[in-house]
Design a protein around this ligand. Sequence first.
Ligand code: ZN
Length: 294
Amino acid sequence: MAIQSWSFGDITVSKVVDMIEPFDARRAYPEADLTEFDKHLDWLTPYFYDPAQKAIILSFHAYLIKTPKNVILIDTCIGNHKNRMPMLPSWHQRTDAAWLGNLAAAGVRPEQVTHVMCTHLHADHVGWNTRMDNGRWVPTFPNARYVFHKDEIAAVQARIGQDSYNSPSYIDSVLPVIEAKQADLVSTDHEILTGIHVRPTPGHSPGHYCVECRSGTRRAVMSGDLIHNAVQVAHPDWITVFCADKQAAVDQRTKFIDQHTDQDITIFAGHFGGPTAGRFVTAKRGGRKFQVTT
Ligand SMILES: [Zn+2]
């Protein structure tokens, strides 16, 4: 797969894709007026919405950040060999290993990764944290520090065994990292490395965070699951089926889009298809839209 990359001063960001699939827009936004998609087709197609299927294009990818000193992965997608039944049949026991090949195509071997930052601990953001080795789960990135939010860990641990979504992924993709003593827990807004900041944005999940990168005057934000589809730039109040605290998610998203519109800040969203990177801008006819950076 061709790897998309962007440069910011001395930082390079690459998108490393695991899987892309259409997702029924009605399931994603059960309460929304879906005719709104049709008003924004000029910028939502072809990358973010498929009008024929009435489906959002949901991409599962990691961002690879190379700085002069560090190699950082933001989120690790779905992974291989993970038991995801009965909730997620299309993610269950995948064995194609395409993602590691894509990481290699981006010029990185797992041993070179210095940091793994999981914006949150849902199954589609932690999968490649670990890999199966002789029947046991081991960290895929043996030399990396893994950065998790303290509130996210606490929330998942409190519900172990009570849900069939987060519990299995915690046990196979997070706990082995903690047991290998490679986990660092963060709790506040701070700079974990020069130019790399954690920005807590709870709502989608209890300890969700965004990652802000700065290089000189250049800024970029990896927004995780604060926004699932570009249509929410025009409609930040749309509630998704994916969010734990739906009102907090709306509030965080609205504030984030207000703060980042018409700014020279590149947004790298967690699930956008196509070119993925872009800016929030005021549309000529009013409201906001997502303008891709190719
Ligand atoms: Zn997600």
